[in-house]
Design a binder for this molecule. Sequence first.
Ligand code: ZN
Length: 195
Amino acid sequence: MYPSQLENLIFALQRLPGVGAKTAERYAFTIMDWAPEKRKELIDALKGIEKVRYCEVCGNLSEGAVCSICENQNRNHNMICVVSYPKDIAAIENMQSYDGVYHVLNGLINTSKGILPEMLNIDSLFKRISEDTQEVILALDPTVEGETTSLYLEKLLEKHVKVTKLAHGIPVGGHLDYADSRTLAKAFEGRSGKQ
Ligand SMILES: [Zn+2]
């Protein structure tokens, strides 16, 4: 009923989480009604993210082959903080007190959804660990999936390197990136090894 270009946009928008047919239609009409400059901003932004990829070292989002954190020689490369998603890095960086590097798993083990350890960015974590590595901090969500993944990594890593986990303080079932900086900083300070 609409021109096919508009139908295509509605169809594409419906792929977004929580966006049904009606909402997608409303968004599409809103975008259509925008001034050309405003619409160009969105088009350019969408084109721009095609250049974003995963860092070859840590799995973080990056503009180049290696992300800006991995490239930064002022950071402590012997301290590796393991997180589930790139958005968790932003939360930890907001604390402004961690100067180590990161490793992004890009997911968590979830056997009921068929997400197995080999599907996560774990192999490259092992390759990064050397005798110079001081500590691996497991900063995963205090959810069932986060705990399962932490236990899995702890078992594999503890023979080779000091492994610590964030102290409790982030509500159980909560997500790291929703924690405020103070809560997160406390959880970092109180981190500990095997209990
Ligand atoms: Zn990186």
